[in-house]
Ligand binder design. Structure first.
Ligand code: GAR
Length: 208
């Protein structure tokens, strides 16, 4: 049985989707802890409702980013994670943190990377007149929002879209690709060559 640790800062709907997929598809794995940098993150209550242990490491209690990341990494290691899953974890991670978990750490980002790294992705996609938007699950590297891409989902941008309506359409697809990408990782089904990830059986990594 493999251990998954989830980091989140907000609602936790991606964590919820992963926990549900884990149970529904009877993965040989489980979310053994959900950790947040915010004590008021609604995702913590959701995790508790699933019976998952939770913890808070509040970044405001640390003088430096290095000190926060080091305390967070030490706590994560107590759960002996096979995979570390960033699910709406809104902190920039230091290279030392990333190196500690590199190769077993995934992130979901609400854009078609490498477009729109960083914040306010939906607002920026609408302002740019994009006709397509989407989400990306990728391996985490020290280069923010730039790791090898495991899976992407595309959605249309409609002329009537607001930031909120586009975000909701993208989030619904995140709930499909994130559990799928994590399952592939747990199964050891992925290979990375020259920064490009492929599935050993050629499974579609683009979800429409
Ligand atoms: C998701 O849209 C995720 O892609 C985004 O935060 C949201 C979290 O939702 N993450 C980022 O922007 C990271 N750069 P959730 O808390 O309901 O899973």
């Amino acid at each position: 049985m493999k251990n998954i640790v989830v980091l989140l800062s907000g609602q936790g709907s991606n964590m919820d989707a992963i926990v549900r997929a884990c149970a529904a598809e009877k993965w040989d794995a489980g979310v053994c802890a959900v950790i947040s940098n915010r004590a008021d993150a609604p995702g913590l209550a959701l995790a508790k409702a699933h019976g998952i242990p939770t913890a808070v490491v509040d970044h405001k209690n640390f003088a430096t980013r290095d000190a926060f990341d080091s305390a967070l990494a030490d706590l994560i290691d107590t759960y002996r994670p096979d995979w570390l899953v960033l699910a709406g974890f809104m902190r920039i991670l230091t290279p030392a943190f990333v190196q500690r978990f590199e190769g077993r750490m995934l992130n979901v980002h609400p854009s078609l990377l490498p477009a729109f790294t960083g914040l306010h992705t939906h607002k920026r996609a609408i302002a740019a007149g994009c006709k397509l938007a989407g989400a990306t699950v990728h391996f985490v590297t020290p280069d923010l929002d730039h790791g090898p891409i495991v899976a992407q989902a595309v959605v249309p941008v409609l002329p009537t879209d607001t930031e909120a309506s586009l975000a909701a359409r993208v989030l619904a697809r995140e709930h499909v690709i994130y559990p799928l990408a994590l399952r592939w990782c747990l199964e050891g089904a992925l290979r990375t060559a020259d920064g490009v990830v492929s599935h050993r059986d050629g499974a579609a990594q683009l979800i429409t």
